[in-house]
Design a protein around this ligand. Sequence first.
Ligand code: PMM
Length: 258
Amino acid sequence: MGIVNVTPDSFSDGGEFFDHERAIEHGLELVRDGADVLDIGGESTRPGADEVSLDEELRRVIPVVEGLAGATPVSIDTTKSEVARAAVEAGAQIVNDVTALRGDPGMAEVCAETGAEVILMHMLGTPRTMQEDPRYGNVVDEVEEFLAVQVGIAEAAGISRDRIWIDPGIGFGKTVEHNLKLLRATEYFVGMKLPVLVGASRKAFIGKLSDGAPESRRLGGTIAACLSAMDSGAAMVRVHDVAPVVQAIRVASAIRSA
Ligand code: PMM
């Protein structure tokens, strides 16, 4: 899954791709690089980020969804049901909701009605507060329990199980230790018998493990996290740097089957 952030404040691309034409161009490049799905988002979920109004989010993402949906499967990264609905109408097939249906009471219904797939991600707190001293008894058990409950809510709302993805939410209300434990436990989430998505690309824990490397210098750690997740059975990884990650996955997979 290649990331297309259409935000002026994205921590990863610094708003470089805010312009619609350039966002579409970037998405097409990620497809040429080997992305199977593009995840388009108009609201930054970086720690401490401000919320974006409905109109502004629609203005950012819908033209980009329209421009890319013909070329590749598209996922819409949003917590707002109105954005999800408009994006699916514009061609998106997957709704990536970092609140796992808790953010907007209308979200489950939109996913059920439109037939979209949905990604349910774990987050402790909100993007504004999540990195303020996150604590768990047992992080893996608590994330698993949370995901199981949200999957139940999704199914009860009429979203069939074959349309549900789960995601442990690397970096969303987690310390470095929590992130590492969750990555190590990927197999455990795979055991929930739902496809697992892992998003570790350029995240802060990689910087913290490499002498404070900035986002632009976290590719090695991103590849390590992706290979580890894929090796443990993750179905998809969400990344900014599609070409090098695809290459790494292909080589690792060729070695495994040699
Ligand atoms: N991470 C970010 C945004 N959306 N969605 C899912 N499902 N999983 C993630 O890990 C995830 C996400 C934050 O990363 P970005 O700001 O670099 O896109």
